[in-house]
Design a protein around this ligand. Structure first.
Ligand code: SF4
Ligand code: SF4
Length: 313
């Protein structure tokens, strides 16, 4: 099978499985990106996410994850919802409306690998969905899925940025995709709109320790720091502001994935329901959801931060 035929086969099978964009990058050691990561960590921008300090060698070299890796297959999976849950009251990030994406994407990646192996015996691979230390945005950029936006996200000119990324390392060469050049231009909307000034003035660098996503999900503390409480803009799990304001997201189309739909119970939540949230209701609302990561106490902490006068149950 020619390089082109092999690449076309993988692209076709991936699209059949529901992936939106598929691109291929040649494996390389990411020395420059590794240096940038070191500088970023040295600034303390990772906050309490100390796991980012680990596995440096693996992060910069995919051949440490799959010894004979030659190609990175980069895939995107749309999660843009038909409707925003609410534009008033407590908000959760769009990616967390339905079931946790990890399980679904891991299953689909494994299916894709199996299909490739059925058609191309002898191919070995490794599936990565947040499960392996890999610089997924750098690979997505190299594989032509989009450019690295000033908000730190991969922006696709036809799809915007509301998609998950996943990667498949393969031990065979492919027809590599041409990267897309940066189309942020003079736009600075995401930088101006970020309520916590987490994005550097010139863009492209995120101080994650100031980001509302970090504060509401990753930060292990009894309280949201005082300096940020007035800047949370109603976000209680994640934050979509720098994506909502990005002009390229006018090209986002609603996803087709039933597992990402919010439950009726979540859709029906009103401000006062969040204030009166109980452990029981939390458990019922977030079965199999990424929101479980904060735990009930963590979500309560976040609700209290945006509603300081709330008497929690
Ligand atoms: S997710 Fe929110 S807080 Fe984080 S950088 Fe974007 S706008 Fe700022
Ligand atoms: S809002 Fe503007 S600057 Fe920010 S990522 Fe989108 S296009 Fe780039």
């Amino acid at each position: 099978m020619s390089l082109q035929e092999r690449s076309d086969l993988i692209r076709t099978k991936a699209i059949e499985l529901g992936f939106d964009e598929v691109g291929f990058a040649k494996v390389a050691t990411l020395n420059d990106e590794g240096d940038r990561l070191k500088d970023w960590l040295a600034q303390g921008y990772q906050g309490q996410m100390h796991y980012l300090e680990n596995h440096y060698e693996l992060r910069i070299d995919p051949q440490k994850l799959l010894p004979d890796a030659q190609s990175v297959v980069c895939l995107s999976y749309n999660y843009f919802p038909e409707q925003t849950l609410t534009d008033k009251g407590p908000q959760i990030a769009k990616y967390a409306y339905g079931k946790d994406y990890h399980k679904l994407l891991r299953k689909k990646l494994k299916q894709l690998l199996q299909t490739i192996q059925d058609e191309l015996p002898g191919v070995s691979g490794r599936a990565c969905v947040d499960s392996a230390p890999i610089m997924e945005r750098e690979w997505a950029k190299r594989a032509g899925l989009g450019w690295y936006g000033k908000n730190g996200l991969i922006i696709n000119p036809k799809k915007g940025s509301y998609f998950f990324l996943a990667e498949l390392l393969l031990n065979v060469p492919l027809e590599y995709t041409v990267p897309i050049s940066d189309h942020c231009g003079t736009c600075t909307r995401c930088i101006s709109a970020c309520p916590t000034e987490a994005i550097a003035e010139e863009g492209y660098t995120l101080d994650a320790s100031k980001c509302i996503s970090y504060l509401t999900i990753e930060l292990k503390a009894d309280q949201i720091p005082e300096a940020y409480k007035s800047k949370m803009e109603n976000w209680i799990f994640g934050c979509d502001i720098c994506q909502d304001v990005c002009p390229w997201n006018k090209f986002s189309k609603p996803h087709n994935e039933s597992k990402f739909l919010p439950s009726e119970m979540l859709e029906a939540m009103e401000s006062e329901d969040w204030a009166g949230l109980t452990q029981e209701k939390f458990d019922a609302l977030f079965v199999g959801s990424a929101v479980r990561r904060t735990g009930f106490a963590g979500l309560q902490r976040n609700i209290k931060a945006i509603r300081p006068d709330t008497e929690m149950s």
